[in-house]
Design a protein around this ligand. Structure first.
Ligand SMILES: C[S@@+](CC[C@H](N)C(=O)[O-])C[C@H]1O[C@@H](n2cnc3c(N)ncnc32)[C@H](O)[C@@H]1O
Length: 849
């Protein structure tokens, strides 16, 4: 195997500005791709494309230009990159592996530019999402026989659409019809034959004061008013009649208080948090008392209202008697799936209340997170997907194509799960004063990206049309899939469920590992997706058997978790402890394993989305220790995964090559010099590329780590080994020196450390809150310790630090210039120029300083 020593683009350059710009646009954000299947923490397309192209190709100007255009969505440039890849790898397509592939964004981009892309993820749910995105969508299905159903006479999906999309439109429709056949008896149709959009439910409890049952309702608004369309809005009125309560639908705005809310305790005092008030005797129940009733099995599901979708408008009404009667169903009447109960009886793991919040209210199995009827509708959907899949196979279409169709249908079911269970509340848009548009939808269950919420009143979508229904979600999923299929080229990627710490590949067989590892304690992936897993087992057990069949690796009949590389907020007793040490050592193991499968001239590129530099300092150390030379670190500003919330965070793309066997030992003095020189030579280029000062400081870590990684050991004068931290500090300082920052006309270096620190802080962050790790790095660049400046120069909160601009208590001859300036400004603001002059005199500085 000959070794290619030329620098790859990622070692020297990255389209930072292009990625930043594209991440804000649909073409580069990945929003379209994220709408196809449910997963967490996706990479933006633009960043993934940049990471793959820069890792594979050699650095030259034309390639840089092509990459820059490609990340901005230029199709000709993407094709140009594919040609470049073919030229560089004449013996065959390069293999690109993502060992934490999630929904498969990185393999998709590798496939698009002509690589043989492979994705591995510990979660079968994520692996399925990857297949749907970057395997099935890229295959050519044109030689498949026709489906056994008449094409729907729906002009939306006409003959001009790709084959896969037209067939999916039919397949999803057939599944929907099948569900209506099974579940129609539980969801009566309206007189005109249409089905309601959905149903509002609430849990009722028995009052501790009077013993009567009452519903827990957090909001009475059903549809806000809208002045423009003369719509008065609708709300839910609760009335009592003897020992019975009733829910009525009224026009206008609520004039009652909800029964579950924060407010007064009933004795005129304000109470903390939410509590439940009985509508009969007004007895107040604390949340703890309400939860205890859940654990005691005292909760009952009550149907409150039905909603029809009339030309897109949601009209609420009381449920009919037939609807009331048929909402009480018996799940035991359903036949089981092969080897599995009809309704998932898999237990929710203990200590999981922060991720599956319903388990904190006494719900013990995944099936019990829904009311019986909703669970039965999902069971019917699984049956329908399986039956439709069998019918397609029986008509002669290939196993692969039948699997692709069923897999997309199952992803549609998972998208529906996201808007189901007792955590999915009614979402009336607009406001009580009617000044806004007043659509109504059903909310999704995830808060903080991956916590499955729970509430006492929730919305169950039915068999009709509207947001969150099978029909509605089929359309909103097929549209982005159509766009995706139309622009997807390349060899279909391959995905398998597996563990990044033990890869099923030969030594030296992979050209690039490009990956986006889990981040510390941010997301408990498997726990947050087990609800999807249990239902996917029922829908696809023998259709995607390697992911959902009986022989797949499972713990307690759920997804495997022991090897999940995360920090758990709450440990599960008797299981592997997932603490910070486990996370770091497992990530190192995964990187070592990636090095084993990499060719000697291969590249590892790690995309890391943690905004705290302390987290990625640990990452740099892990990479160094796993036998890589870090060559570059490129910051990008990507949107957070919370769709719709424009919270920007910095993610870093770190380029690495495999370290060669015998590296020399060097002294810290030699390495310091070499590192400072390399930064000096790079700064003009970064400045030309428009990298801001803070970004240059992050970019400097790469080349400094590259120098550090040339040596097996770097020895300090006292014979100790120089730690990585020393070079991260040096990197920042070297950028500052190379840029030759000036304060007034004087070089920054002529000022005292505290003033330099304050100046840099203001320049980089102004008055914003700065994460703790970043603050520590800034302080280190001037040999300060955060402990020494806490309080008088920076104030600390739970999430970070802020620079103090208030005047210090006193100044004297040894005060830093920044302190003197603060004291003078404070004195001037309070008492004018005389006072400012006195402050200056106290510092014994000349008046013309
Ligand atoms: C940050 S996400 C990757 C997201 C992905 N880049 C995307 O665009 O969807 C990290 C992934 O690592 C997976 N994971 C955690 N531990 C793993 C392990 N030991 N082996 C393989 N995958 C693992 C999680 O299931 C999760 O999907």
């Amino acid at each position: 195997m000959t070794e290619d020593v030329r620098p790859r683009v990622v070692d020297r350059w990255f389209p930072c500005a292009g990625v930043d710009a594209a991440c804000r646009l649909p073409i580069g954000s990945g929003k379209n791709e994220k709408a196809i299947a449910v997963w967490f923490a996706s990479r933006p397309i633009a960043q993934a494309r940049a990471a793959v192209a820069t890792a594979l190709l050699d650095d030259d100007t034309r390639t840089r230009n092509l990459i820059d255009s490609a990340v901005r969505g230029n199709a000709a440039a993407i094709a140009g990159l594919a040609e470049k890849v073919a030229e560089k790898f004449p013996a065959g397509r390069p293999v690109v592996l993502d060992v934490f592939s999630g929904r498969g964004i990185i393999p998709l981009e590798a496939a698009r530019i002509g690589a043989r892309a492979v994705g591995i993820d510990l979660s079968p749910v994520a692996t399925l999402a990857g297949r749907v995105l970057a395997d099935y969508a890229l295959r050519d299905w044109s030689n498949e026989p026709a489906l056994p159903w008449e094409q729907r006479d729906d002009t939306e999906w006409d003959a001009g659409q790709p084959r896969l999309i037209r067939d999916l439109a039919t397949f999803l429709d057939v599944v929907g019809e099948h569900v209506r056949r099974i579940a129609g008896a539980w969801y009566p149709a309206n007189a005109d034959g249409s089905y309601p959009w959905g149903y509002l439910w609430a849990i009722s409890i028995e009052c501790d004061g009077c013993g009567r049952r009452f519903p827990l309702i957090g909001s009475l608004a059903l549809r806000h008013p809208q002045a423009k369309s003369l719509d008065a809005g609708q709300w839910l009125r609760l009335t009592v009649d003897g020992d019975r309560w009733q829910a009525e639908v009224a026009d206008g705005r609520p004039d009652q208080s909800p029964t579950y809310s924060s407010g007064d305790r009933g004795d005129g005092q304000l109470r903390k948090g939410k509590s439940a008030r009985c509508i009969f005797c007004r007895h107040v129940h604390s949340l703890e008392a309400v939860k205890a009733k859940g654990y005691a099995g005292d909760y009952q599901d009550e149907l409150l209202a039905a909603a029809d979708d009339i030309e897109g408008k949601k009209i609420f009404r009381p449920p009919t008697q037939a609807e009331q009667a048929s909402s009480r169903v018996d799940p035991r009447t359903l036949p089981p799936f092969p080897g599995l109960t009809a309704i998932p009886d898999e237990p929710i793991p203990a200590n999981n209340v922060h991720t599956v919040q319903g388990s904190g209210y006494g719900y013990k199995t995944f099936g019990s997170l829904m009311c019986d009827r909703q669970a039965m509708q999902f069971a019917a959907t699984c049956m329908a997907i399986r039956a439709t899949h069998s019918d397609a196979q029986a008509a002669g279409i290939s196993d692969d194509y039948a699997r692709a169709l069923a897999a997309f249908a199952a992803c549609t079911m998972v998208r529906r799960l996201k808007r189901s269970t007792r955590g999915a509340g009614l979402m009336p848009f607009g406001n009580p004063d009617g000044t806004d548009s007043n659509n109504v939808a059903v909310n999704h269950v995830f808060s903080n990206e991956s916590k499955m919420s729970f509430q006492f009143d929730w919305f169950e979508t039915g068999l009709g049309d509207g947001p969150g229904t099978w029909n509605g979600l089929s359309k909103t999923g097929l549209r982005p899939y159509e766009t995706h299929v139309a622009r997807s080229t390349g060899v279909p990627a391959k995905f398998r469920q597996g563990n990044a710490m033990s890869l099923p590949y030969r030594d030296g067989s992979v050209d690039a590992v490009i990956t986006d590892p889990p981040y510390d304690d941010m997301i408990e992936y498997a726990d947050a997706s087990d609800l999807m897993f249990v239902w996917l087992r029922r829908a696809l057990g023998d259709i995607e058997p390697d992911l959902f069949g009986p022989d797949t690796p499972m713990q307690q009949r759920l997804q495997p978790k022991d090897d999940e590389i995360i920090v758990r907020r709450v440990q599960d007793p008797g299981r592997v402890v997932h603490d910070g040490e486990f996370y770091e050592s497992s990530l190192s193991r995964a990187f070592r394993e990636a090095r084993r499968v990499l060719r000697p001239d291969g590249r590892l590129v790690v995309v890391f989305g943690h905004s705290d530099p302390d987290a990625w300092r640990k990452l740099l150390v892990a990479l160094h220790e796993a036998g890589y030379v870090v060559t570059s670190s490129w910051p990008s500003r990507t949107e957070s995964a919370n769709t719709g919330v424009a919270s920007i965070r910095v993610t870093v793309t770190i380029g690495c090559r495999v370290a060669v066997g015998d590296r020399p030992v060097a002294t810290a003095a030699e390495v310091d010099r070499e590192a400072a020189d390399v930064i000096k030579s790079r700064v003009p280029g970064w400045t030309r590329d428009g990298l801001a000062l803070g970004d240059q400081m992050m970019a400097a870590y790469g080349p400094v780590m590259e120098v550090y990684g040339r040596y097996s050991k770097v020895i300090e004068p006292d014979a100790t080994i120089a730690p990585v931290d020393r070079y991260l500090t040096l990197a920042r300082r070297a950028v500052r020196e190379a840029i030759a920052l000036r304060l007034e006309s004087l070089p920054l270096e002529t000022f005292d450390a505290l003033t330099r620190f304050a100046f840099m802080w203001m320049k980089l962050h102004g008055r914003t809150l700065v994460p703790k790790g970043e603050a520590r790095f800034l302080a280190q660049a001037d040999n300060l310790r955060i402990e020494d400046i806490r309080g008088h120069l920076v104030t600390e909160s739970s999430t970070g630090f802020r620079l103090v601009l208030d005047p210090p208590a006193s100044v004297g001859p040894t005060s830093a210039l920044f302190d003197v300036a603060r004291a003078m400004i404070g004195a001037y603001m309070a008492s004018g120029s005389e006072a400012a002059a006195t402050a200056l005199a106290r510092s014994e500085r000349p008046p013309d300083d």
